[in-house]
Design a protein around this ligand. Structure first.
Ligand code: ZN
Length: 663
């Protein structure tokens, strides 16, 4: 048993880095990044910052400008270009209005900018303008949320901060919040007031300099952390993983149901670490997990409530009821978002997050991991109390919040999971890269450990794996399901191409070894994947990389030709057996794809010499006189997984520039 060490925020201000900033705006970006890079302060797009500067306009006149975080920028990586310059005069004038609709506010913030190319200003721009200090920092720091979501939150804030911060009851972010702060100047208790706590939302600090405003944020959050550490006993946990009490198929079945309710394929990410399982098994989990998010901003990523257990239909009905209860308050008609959960708390699995993409699922996972800590700490302080359902609903269906999720049509394989063997190079790598580009989450298997670095980001999972080792394959599949929730597409590409050998000289060990990789390993993989492919929300798809040699074998290539023919025959049987389960199995027969690991420049030159032709002629030795590349094969693979082949199974398509012996 180990005690989870309390991690604390600390100032990461660095004199050298600060001195390297060539303008106040660069300095503003620098301390914003310091905030954004500490997940205890800022998570995924949360928080915003600003600086007030005087700029000279084109007429040579001085203009007071608020440079405020633009929407679409994340504080962790913000640059000067991520700040929108808005005229202070315009913002302060807006603050005097008694009412301003969201639509009007968004337009007026745009109207007030001095640069038409700037990003849309943060919805908190008016509030930043009202604060009578040059630098303003705003975060949804965990420790502050813990205090303000406690039942006695208001007293705790008073106790911890006294006069140093103003504290405001929760109001909807945007104009309503700015309006509440309109008389801010009058409310400041002189120099002692260095910030403002918004109940169930977050904290602002301000100062004349970037460093002071940033360090005040650190100081204020530290005070909250100290209080929590003094009043909450360290949670004990174990680093030993508990015995797994669920199967990959259960996760894939859950993913299918969630995808059906969402109306699109979803990615699921499983956290079965001991603390996640312990949370899911707490006696009070049905109370503490069903209160709501720690700050309303999180609702668009996690939904208001996690699903407890796996009854997706009941969760969806409850969500529809919640929508019906609150939608009528909206002046404009609202369209219900999908009713599928984004967080699932299950006593056997642990905590599962869901999203339309691997990135969305991992954002939900991060946010909920922090939420659990906040819930547990607040529960120990005086009880966890989230905002009312109606307050959360207003933010969930706030246009300005939904805009954060981005619009536009999704990529064709968004929410789908593909497994590609031999993904570190050649055709496998090209297939993996193209599937990633088209929105899929991809699991790449390869003997080469370099497979881990084929791509970066949450949608790539590269696993070093010997596909002839059944245990390694089983572990890789389990890992893939934990990471993405299931497998929809399998690209069987890994294979070996032995040196030329005539039959009479055939080495039987080599025969068995090639058959082991090219046939047996693929058969085992297909066998293991079938139950997962059956559960693919969009139907399972298998693409087998065969060879021209199936139709047109060459002398000296008995093993290779026979192995690819056997594999093709297995694929045809799979197409027959699995079609009823919605699984399509198709075969590509490439020929002479020279940009793969099998073909070095020297081998190609030697072959060209053998045939008495130039290298260029040898490379394009087909009916169309074109070179065939890994990318060409990958494009066919992706097409076979898409709607063009939606009603095709058992097909064999050459990608070879046309071969006289095949045609
Ligand atoms: Zn906020």
């Amino acid at each position: 048993m180990t005690t989870i060490a309390p991690l604390r925020v600390a100032s990461r201000w660095d004199d050298e880095q600060a001195a390297a900033c060539r303008s106040e705006l660069e300095l503003r970006a620098y301390t914003s990044r310091l905030l954004g890079q500490d997940p205890r302060l800022v998570l995924h797009g949360g928080g915003n910052t600003s600086v007030k500067l005087t700029e000279t306009n084109i007429f040579g006149e001085a203009d007071d400008i608020l440079w405020v975080k633009g929407s679409g920028w994340d504080l962790s990586a913000i640059e000067p270009a991520g700040f929108a310059p808005v005229r202070m005069q315009h913002l302060l004038h807006l603050a005097e209005l008694t009412e301003l609709s969201d639509v009007d506010m968004a337009r007026e913030l745009r109207v007030g900018t001095i640069d038409p190319a700037a990003p849309a200003p943060s919805v908190e721009a008016i509030l930043h303008a009202i604060v009578p200090f040059k630098y303003v920092d705003h975060t949804h720091a965990d420790a502050v949320l813990t205090l303000t979501t406690s039942v006695h939150g208001a007293e705790l804030i008073e106790h911890v901060y006294g006069d140093r911060v103003l504290h405001l009851p929760y109001v909807m972010p945007g104009f309503k919040l700015a309006a509440l702060c309109a008389d801010l100047y009058a409310r400041l208790h002189g120099a002692a007031t260095i910030g403002m706590v918004l109940m169930n939302h977050g904290i602002f600090t301000w100062a004349p300099t970037a460093r002071e405003s940033y360090e005040r944020m650190i100081d204020m959050v530290s005070l909250a952390e100290t209080y929590i550490n003094q009043h909450v006993g360290g949670r004990s946990g174990t680093s030993e993983p508990a015995a797994r009490s669920y199967s990959s198929l259960e996760v894939a079945a859950l993913r299918r149901e969630i995808s059906e309710v969402a109306g699109a394929s979803m990615i699921l990410q499983v956290d079965d670490k001991p603390d996640a399982v312990a949370f899911a098994n707490r006696a009070d989990v049905s109370v503490i997990s069903q209160q709501g998010p720690a700050t309303p901003d999180h609702v668009i990523r996690t939904k208001r409530l996690p699903m407890l257990g796996r009854d997706v239909a009941t969760y969806a009905r409850d969500y529809e009821r919640y929508f019906a209860e609150h939608a009528h308050r909206s002046a404009a008609p609202l369209k219900m978002l999908d009713a599928a959960p984004r967080v699932i708390v299950d006593s056997h699995i642990g905590v599962v997050s869901a999203g339309r993409s691997a990135a969305a699922a991992s954002v939900a996972a991060d946010i909920y991991r922090h939420t659990i800590e906040i819930i547990l700490d607040a529960t120990e302080l005086s009880g966890y109390r989230a905002l009312s359902a109606s307050d959360i609903f207003d933010v969930e269906y706030w246009d300005l919040e939904q805009a954060k999720l981005g619009k536009g049509s999704p990529l064709p394989f968004t929410g789908e999971v593909a497994l590609v063997t031999g993904a570190a190079s050649g055709i496998g790598r090209a297939c993996a890269e193209l599937l990633l580009l088209q929105g899929a989450a991809v699991v790449g298997l390869d003997l080469n450990p370099g497979v881990a670095e084929v791509a970066t980001g949450p949608a790539w999972f590269g696993v070093q794996c010997d596909i002839t080792d059944t245990e390694q394959v089983t572990t890789a599949i389990e890992g893939a399901v934990k990471r993405f929730g299931g497998i929809d597409i399998a690209v069987l590409n890994a294979g070996t191409f032995p040196p030329s050998q005539r039959l009479e000289a055939l080495d039987m060990g080599a025969w068995r070894s090639v058959m082991g990789v090219n046939v047996e390993a693929s058969v085992f993989l297909l066998r293991q994947l079938q139950p997962l492919l059956r559960l693919a929300p969009g139907g399972g798809r298998v693409v087998v990389i065969g060879s021209k040699n199936v139709a047109a074998p060459g002398p000296g290539a008995a093993v290779y030709s026979a192995s690819k023919a056997a594999l093709t025959q297995v694929a045809r049987v799979a197409a027959l057996e699995w079609g009823g389960d919605g699984i399509r199995v198709n075969v590509i027969h490439p020929n002479a794809v020279f940009d793969t690991a099998l073909w070095s420049a020297e081998i190609v030159e030697a072959r060209a010499r053998e045939y008495g032709v130039s290298v260029a002629e040898y490379r394009a030795n087909n009916v169309m006189r074109v070179e065939v590349t890994s990318k060409d094969v990958a494009q066919m693979c992706v097409a076979m997984c898409g709607s063009a082949f939606g009603k095709t199974t058992g097909a064999q398509v050459p990608v070879d520039g046309g071969n006289e012996r095949v045609i």
